[in-house]
Design a protein around this ligand. Structure first.
Ligand code: TXA
Ligand code: MG
Length: 313
């Protein structure tokens, strides 16, 4: 069985240079020894990920983070507020981090995930784990072990099953590698919470031709089915000819589909988002119609994902 809770097996596979899918509070990661170029290369191959898109390092302690990145006072304060948790900090890298991890950049992303099994695993290892989300490049991130098995089951040595992810959105990425700090990717920690610690800093909304965080690429996090976001009543009238499914916040407006949180809770909506997109993608619909979530707290990060998932360039 490739899927299970056996930390020793995960550890052994990683020490041998293999690939292990790991649970985190955000999404499942596709992990390898982050200090071993040949192991990291397997991640890019399995995901079909372009080598210009850098990986983040997952660490179990601040001491481990300090081996990989130049931690300054502000970074320590931000880490103290949110680690373990859905925050990735970009910092100047140290010499031990191989170029393949950072795509040749002089900076590296580090994150301490908040998941018991993965924390135990990290504590048992002498190296950080390089891990992107465990999905084929460009597709929706996995929030259960089964999602990983469905798409990458034949590419990994083991899937450490830690249950469904509790946050359900990827980590918020804050670039602190130079003096002007910036949120590069909205995620599991709302922007406002970051501002409380750092003061207000810019939030990167759009991708550029040379994106600093290629997770910012517009056509990203996308299901295969076409996704249109807007006013549901208007969209339903517009697309009467098509087989549609509705992805709603609190209801599906009497149509087939999924309501992300009938009680109107944005944390719950975030937790359900990626599984809902996968389920609707399997449903043989011509179109998925989604509404915008309330644009506050995690709603902003959800809307950012919907915006990117709905573009087909
Ligand atoms: O929640 C998460 O962050 C999940 C879990 C597994 O930890 N990981 C994740 O990794 O979402 P990934 O590779 O799917 O997204 C990381 C993003 C990518 O868009 C990458 O381009 C960006 O982080 N990134 C990594 N290193 C960077 C760097 N040095 N400078 C700027 N962006 C960087
Ligand atoms: Mg990803």
């Amino acid at each position: 069985m490739i899927l299970g809770e056996d930390i020793k097996r995960a550890r052994q596979a990683l020490i041998s240079g293999g690939l292990v899918a790991i649970p985190t509070e955000t999404v499942y990661g596709l992990a390898a020894n982050g200090l071993e170029s040949s192991a990291v290369a397997k991640i890019f191959k399995a995901k079909n990920r372009p080598n210009y898109d850098p990986l983040i390092l997952h660490i179990g302690s601040i001491a481990q983070a300090e081996l990989s990145a130049e931690f300054h006072e502000d970074a320590k304060n931000l880490a103290a507020a949110f680690w373990p948790g859905p925050l990735t900090i970009i910092l100047k890298k140290t010499a031990i981090v191989p170029d393949i991890v950072t795509s040749g950049l002089d900076t590296v992303g580090v994150r301490m995930p908040n998941h018991k099994l993965t924390q135990k695993l990290l504590e048992s290892l002498e190296f950080p784990l390089a891990a992107p989300s465990a999905n084929p490049f460009g597709y929706v991130s996995p929030t259960t072990a089964q999602h990983v098995a469905d798409q990458l089951g034949d590419q990994v040595d083991f899937i450490l099953d830690g249950g469904p992810c509790q946050v359900g959105l990827e980590s918020t990425i804050v670039d602190m590698s130079h003096s002007s700090y910036e949120i590069l990717r909205q995620g599991g920690i709302p922007n406002e919470a970051i501002f409380k610690v750092l003061g207000e800093i810019p939030v990167r909304e759009e991708s550029s031709s040379n994106p600093k965080a290629p997770g910012m690429l517009e056509n990203h996090y996308a299901p295969t089915a076409e996704l249109v976001v807007g006013d549901i009543s208007q969209l339903i009238e517009k697309y009467t000819e098509k087989r549609i499914a509705v992805l709603g916040f609190q209801s599906t407006y009497g149509k087939e589909g999924i309501a992300l949180s009938p009680s109107g809770n944005l944390e719950e909506a975030a937790r359900n988002l990626f599984a809902a997109l996968r389920a609707l993608d399997r449903g043989n619909y011509d179109l998925i119609l989604s509404e915008w979530m309330p644009n506050t707290g995690l709603g902003k990060a959800i809307n950012d994902k919907l915006k990117r998932a709905s573009r087909k360039d």
